[in-house]
Structures are given as C-alpha cells and as structure tokens.
Design a protein around this ligand. Structure first.
Ligand code: PAF
Length: 283
C-alpha cells in the first residue's frame, strides 16, 4: 500500500496504472473509516485492478458552525483498515495542497442542491462537488464508489458527472447498518450511550414509511406524518426534515406514482449530533 500526499504524483501513478491496462477504482472518504467504508472498498476491490482510497476532511463542505475542527480523525486505524481491504494507494493530501492560497474555482450543481441537506447546510454541496471533481482529476478513476446513506450527495455527484461528461462510472453501495438498524457513520462516535440507543428510531421510522408505501399508501403527507410521530416520541431527538423526493430529480412529491422510485430521507439531531438516513422505495 503506497501513501501519497502530492496530487501530481497521485495523478501520474494512476495514469501509469491505466496505461498498463489496469482498471482504477476510487473510494473518496473523510477518513475515520467504519464498516460502511469497508463495503465501498470491498466493492471497489471486486471491480477494479487498482483501488485508491482518498482521505481528506474537506473544509469546504462544512459550515462555520459545523464540526470540521472536531471531526474524528485516526490515520493509524484507517491505515490498518485500508490494508485489510487490500487498498493499493491512499491519497492523503493536506488542506493547503487541496486549497492553496487564492483558490477560487468551485463546481456547483443547481436545483437539486437547494433542498434537504442543501437547505440545512448552505454551501455544503458546492464543497462536496468541488472536492470530488478535484479528486477525480487527481485519481483519474474508471469507477468511483459512494454510499447510499448520503443519497442526495450520490445523486448530486451522479448529476455532475453526467452534466460535465466526466468519464467516471458512479457506483452506489447500500448503507451498512448496526445491529439495531442505525446507519454507520463516523459521527456516531459523538453519541452518548442513551443517544446511541435512541438513534435507532430513525431507521425504524423509515422502515415504517417503507411499509406504508408497500401497503399501497400514496400520500406523502400521511407517510411523512407517521414518520415524524414515531421520531418525536423520543425526547432526545429533534427533526430537521423528513421528506419524500423523486430519486432521480430529488424534487419533493405530494403523491407517489406507480413504477417510479423515491427516496424517503430524513435528518435529525440526536442530542447535539446531526444524523441523516434514508430508504429507497418504489410505488
Ligand atoms: O461522503 C464523504 O465522506 C464526503 O462527502 C466526500 C464524498 C468524501 C467528499 O468530501
């Protein structure tokens, strides 16, 4: 496993690998790896000759009052997990390398970034798409792996790739969950034992939403109301949003139409920790 911090060196290595006929897969992360990242790496390992893991806590996607400074970091542990997943390269740049003085070029996907996470975290997706575009330029992948847990991010990146004709295939990997259904997240480490227990209600409420759809409910208002009622029964949790959007456009819908795919997405604060989760449903 080779560790690289310089973008030019990383790009040269990837170009060299591709010239010798190798298929390159990248797994972009902010580190503090968990089993969710493990699943991304596992898929990348299956489908590519070379796997690049990028680790970069990207300041551009955090708002001023968010957790950039205290975001969990543990490079030693990440190295061990990466080695276990047979990663070939870790690209681990510094903030100054990625955003040198006078950096002034950003990538923005419009419309689908205005709601849900985009509404609650202004500027977040501009930071994500900018860094992901840069990471694609640096790592030159054939395939890139993103988790379903960040469904809006996944769809925004897919849109960027399509709109800007970027020669990368975006691969979706299903959310990995704890035994009680809580979606794996680096931020789960912030939860107190009680909050950790309470947080399981998020997935339970989404499952209830999914069951309602499967039983034929088409009113998003009714489904959302039911989910909100389940979550608000837990006093440590405050909801930011519960929404149902068309999976491909990420536009809100009032009524589910048969044969279409939707995402039931939510964000909530469990104590001081903000968590997101979602399920995909088809009517
Ligand atoms: O999902 C993440 O960890 C980040 O948003 C990503 C895609 C690595 C960009 O910083």
């Amino acid at each position: 496993m080779i560790e690289i911090v310089e973008p030019e060196i990383m790009r040269d290595k990837s170009i060299m690998e591709k010239k010798s006929g190798k298929r390159v897969g990248v797994v972009p992360t902010m580190g503090y790896l968990h089993e969710g990242h493990g699943a991304l790496l596992h898929e990348a390992r299956k489908e590519n000759d070379i796997v690049i893991l990028t680790i970069f806590v990207n300041p551009a996607q955090f708002g001023p009052d968010e957790d950039f400074q205290r975001y969990p970091r543990d490079m030693e542990r990440d190295r061990k997990i990466a080695a276990g997943e047979r990663v070939d390269y870790i690209f681990y740049p510094s903030v100054d390398t990625m955003y040198p003085e006078n950096f002034s070029t950003y990538v923005s996907v419009e419309n689908m970034t205005d709601l849900l996470e985009g509404e609650y975290r202004p500027g977040h997706f501009r930071g994500v798409t900018t860094v992901v575009m840069k990471l694609f330029q640096i790592t030159q992948p054939d395939n890139a792996y993103f988790g379903q847990k960040d469904a809006q991010q996944l769809m925004v990146i897919t849109k960027m790739v399509r709109d800007l004709c970027i020669p990368v295939t975006i691969r979706r990997v299903e959310t990995v969950r704890e035994h009680d259904g809580l979606a794996m997240s680096s931020r789960n480490v912030y939860l107190s034992p009680k909050e950790r227990k309470d947080a399981a209600v998020l997935f339970k409420s989404l499952q209830t939403g999914k069951d309602l759809v499967q039983d034929g409910e088409t009113s998003t208002e009714i489904i959302i109301r039911r989910i909100i009622d389940i979550i608000t029964a837990i006093d440590t949790i405050r909801i930011d949003y519960v929404e149902i959007v068309d999976l491909h456009t990420f536009k809100k819908v009032n009524r589910l139409e048969s044969g279409r795919e939707y995402c039931i997405a939510l964000a909530a604060r469990v104590g001081k920790t903000r968590l997101i989760d979602n399920v995909f449903v088809s009517s």
